[in-house]
Design a protein around this ligand. Structure first.
Ligand code: FES
Length: 171
C-alpha cells in the first residue's frame, strides 16, 4: 500500500482535478463578487457645464475677436456692428484648434493650413465648411451666456451669418 502511494506521488490525478475544480470555482466566485461590488459604484461621467458666462457686451470692442475663452472653453467671442457671436475653435477639417491671426484678420489652422475669415467662413485649405458657432444669449444679470449645447453647425457653402442669422446676438 505504502509502495502504491509512493508510486502515485504527492497528488493523485483525482486530487489534482478536484483541486483544479475548486480553484476554478473559487476564482469564478471571486470574480462575481468583485463585479457585484463594482456595480454598487456606477461610473459617472462628470462633464463640464455646457454654458458659461462671458461678461458684458461692452467688455468687447466692436471688431474684436476675443481669445479670453479659447483656452478653457474653446470659444472665440466676436463682436461686430451687427452683434456678438461665439465661434467654436475647432477646425472643420480634422478638429485641430486654429489660431486667430489678428494682423491677417483670419483664423488659421496649424495642422493642414485651412483659413477662415472672422465670420468663420472657410476660404483656403482642406476644411470643407465654415467654423461652427454656439448660441449666445443675455442672462438675467445682463451678462452674455454662451450655450455650448446649442451648436449652429455650418453647411459647406454660404456665409455663416446667412446660414444662421440667429447665431448673432443683436447687441
Ligand atoms: S485640421 Fe485644420 S486644416 Fe486639417
Amino acid at each position: 500500500m505504502a509502495e502504491e502511494k509512493e508510486k502515485r506521488g504527492i497528488w493523485s490525478r483525482r486530487d489534482f482535478f478536484t483541486r483544479l475544480g475548486w480553484g476554478g470555482f473559487g476564482i469564478f466566485g471571486l470574480g462575481t463578487l468583485l463585479a457585484f461590488v463594482r456595480s454598487a459604484f456606477p461610473r459617472v461621467l462628470f462633464q463640464p457645464p455646457s454654458t458659461f458666462k462671458a461678461g458684458f457686451v461692452t467688455d468687447y470692442a466692436v471688431g474684436e475677436v476675443s481669445e479670453k475663452f479659447k483656452q478653457d472653453q474653446r470659444v472665440w467671442i466676436v463682436r461686430e456692428e451687427t452683434g456678438v457671436y461665439a465661434v467654436f475653435a475647432k477646425c472643420t477639417h480634422l478638429g485641430c484648434t486654429p489660431r486667430w491671426l489678428a494682423a491677417e484678420n483670419k483664423f488659421k489652422c496649424p495642422c493642414h493650413g485651412s483659413g477662415f475669415f472672422k465670420s468663420g467662413l472657410h476660404f483656403e485649405g482642406p476644411a470643407p465648411r465654415p467654423l461652427d458657432r454656439f448660441k449666445v444669449i443675455i442672462g438675467g444679470d445682463g451678462q452674455l451666456i454662451v450655450d455650448k449645447s446649442k451648436v449652429f453647425k455650418m453647411g459647406p457653402s454660404g456665409e455663416p451669418d446667412e446660414q444662421y442669422p440667429e447665431s448673432i446676438l443683436k447687441a
